[in-house]
Write a protein that binds this ligand. Structure first.
Ligand code: GLY
Length: 324
């Protein structure tokens, strides 16, 4: 990606009135204290749990892990953990990753079955092994070794949705109507002292081909965190976003001097520039830097990113800027 200088960037952004207006919401000034930023409505409970965990003496990694657990445990969220929609064969396969900006190390699991908290398994890959990513049967066996109990992850509701999909002779797509499929919980957080962590958990694309791995558990794609710069996470079409190494691209743009908001927009513009068909792509990104400044953006109105922000002890639910 060609870096753009600040002047060119500001000029490009200023051309879109709506963009500029919304930017005022997201590009707030730096603040002391913990900041958490999470995707979608599930981010509200996640941020609150993360803040509570940090306040009661947990580490920032604990906070992000416990925050994301709230979405994984909720059977009504059909894109994460328990109740997540299954693959084409009716099996729930979960992906998750967590990255520690201090150690520059991540833990991740992909295609994990029967374990409802993949972010906690990913955390243990980080803490207990020299590996970064475990997948499939190996990830499952590792989880059992770590004391996790296997369980059925289909709920009556998710089973019915899968049976309906199977029964539909016109089923052509591996992607649900976006209105029904606000996917992934991505979270980035800082403790207010320059430390950042990123985490992400998802059941991935509904009705996916078994074994399909999206962006979420891939370090640099679904998550990236570096205490020298900041952290980023992504939500949306993981097959597309993996090709752009979304999260590391954003963090590297911040390292070159962009604000989190500028870095998010720069990456999304690049995605559309390389292929104009991506003007309607389902891509949403969140980022923060080590000073607690934030950014959030999506490409298209048909996938309007909403995100939860926790700052100065207060939670807000906001819409990101949209490129088109
Ligand atoms: N972004 C989640 C996925 O595509 O699996």
């Amino acid at each position: 990606m060609q870096p753009i200088d600040r002047r060119t960037f500001v000029k490009a952004v200023a051309g879109t009135a709506a963009l500029a207006a919304r930017e005022a919401v997201t590009a707030t000034t730096a603040s002391p204290g913990a900041v958490f930023l999470s995707t979608w409505i599930q981010g509200k409970a996640a941020n609150a749990r993360a803040a509570e965990t940090l306040k009661s003496g947990g580490s920032l990694l604990d906070a992000v892990e416990k925050g994301i657990n709230t979405a994984e445990d909720d059977p009504n969220i059909t894109t994460v953990g328990y109740g997540g929609l299954p693959n084409a064969e009716g099996e729930v396969e979960l992906d998750a990753a967590i990255m520690d900006g201090a150690r520059h190390r991540a833990g991740a699991v992909a295609s994990l079955r029967q374990i409802k908290n993949p972010i906690s398994v990913a955390r243990l890959v980080l803490e207990k092994t020299r590996h970064t990513t475990l997948a499939g049967e190996g990830a499952f066996r590792f989880a059992l070794q770590m004391g996790f109990r296997p369980q059925q992850l289909l709920t009556p509701e998710s089973l019915k949705k899968w049976l309906d999909w199977k029964a539909d002779p016109k089923r052509q797509t591996f992607w649900l109507n976006p209105a029904d499929n606000h996917d992934t919980i991505g979270m980035v957080g800082t403790d207010g002292q320059g430390h950042v962590v990123a985490g992400c958990s998802t059941s991935g694309l509904a009705w996916k081909i078994p074994g399909r791995v999206g962006d979420s558990p891939l370090v640099g794609c679904g998550v990236y965190a570096d205490d020298n710069v900041g952290a980023a996470s992504a939500t949306g079409d993981g097959d597309l976003m993996t090709n752009y190494c979304t999260s590391i691209s954003i963090v590297h743009a911040m390292a070159r001097g962009a604000s989190p908001q500028e870095a998010c927009v720069e990456l999304l513009r690049h995605i559309v520039k390389t292929d104009p068909a991506n003007r309607t792509a389902q891509v949403g990104v969140i980022a923060l830097n080590t000073r607690g400044e934030i950014g959030a953006a999506c490409i298209a109105k048909n996938f309007q990113l909403k995100y939860a922000l926790w700052r100065e002890g207060e939670g807000r639910f906001l819409e990101s800027i949209t490129l088109f």
